[in-house]
Design a protein around this ligand. Sequence first.
Ligand SMILES: Nc1ncnc2c1ncn2[C@@H]1O[C@H](COP(=O)(O)OP(=O)(O)OP(=O)(O)O)[C@@H](O)[C@H]1O
Length: 258
Amino acid sequence: MANSTPLIQVKNLDLHFGAFHALKNVSVDFHAGELIGLVGDNGAGKTTLIRVLCGIYAPTSGGVFFDGNKVEKFHPKLAIDQGIETIQQSVGLCDNLSIARNFYLGREPVKRVLGIPFLDMGKMREKSTRVIRQFGLRANVSADDEVERLSGGERQSVKIGRAVEFKNRVVIMDEPTNHLSVREREHVNELAVQLKEQGLLVIYITHDIFQVHRLADRIVIMENGEKVADATTDSMTAEELEEVIRQGGRVVEKREAV
Ligand SMILES: Nc1ncnc2c1ncn2[C@@H]1O[C@H](COP(=O)(O)OP(=O)(O)OP(=O)(O)O)[C@@H](O)[C@H]1O
């Protein structure tokens, strides 16, 4: 893995919001088939880094490379162009629409009857039913049910299923298990591992180093806009990494993973 071209490479990235220095010389590689825990305290720069990767913010200096090609223009379509899906707890689904409609949101298939375009509900139902079963929704939930009926974990499952079905290559999970029950949390975490096993890059953002250490191949810790640790999970324990966070990145030798 270390010798292959990273799917995403971040090199010496700096980002200023006016006088505020939000990202400071951040370099990190992300490979396909890896599950990376992106950890750090509030305001550490995790979301800002992800927003650069998604094209929402342009860096002040430094570069982002996808498959070795430098991004020349940062714009919100970058995430779609590069196959990046972000899964957040509270956004991404419309409660008053059916599961099938949510599954195809913005990509609705159309069929023509006598030349008049109609939504292809049959196709939407069939495909989303298959995926929601695969991703573990209760047997009595149908693709025609409104999303409102789903538990928090099931909502996450719909988003994860959608990410896989539409051939995304990167799934960014932003605190995906907040407010979930223990069993739902386990389910979502199992899905995260499943995605990586299917060859996707999974970037899992959380404050909970212990939860993500069990799942991840590598942990990247941010602090005050800097990367302060980048370690494989078999080279550092969750306790050691927690100490890095506790000390604001000032302790413990950094063990580079790649
Ligand atoms: N658009 C913006 N304009 C000015 N400052 C910003 C902007 N976006 C983020 N920041 C600042 O950049 C810093 C990093 O924020 P960021 O949201 O990346 O942190 P985070 O690690 O994701 O934190 P959290 O875990 O709380 O979500 C914070 O101090 C934040 O206030």
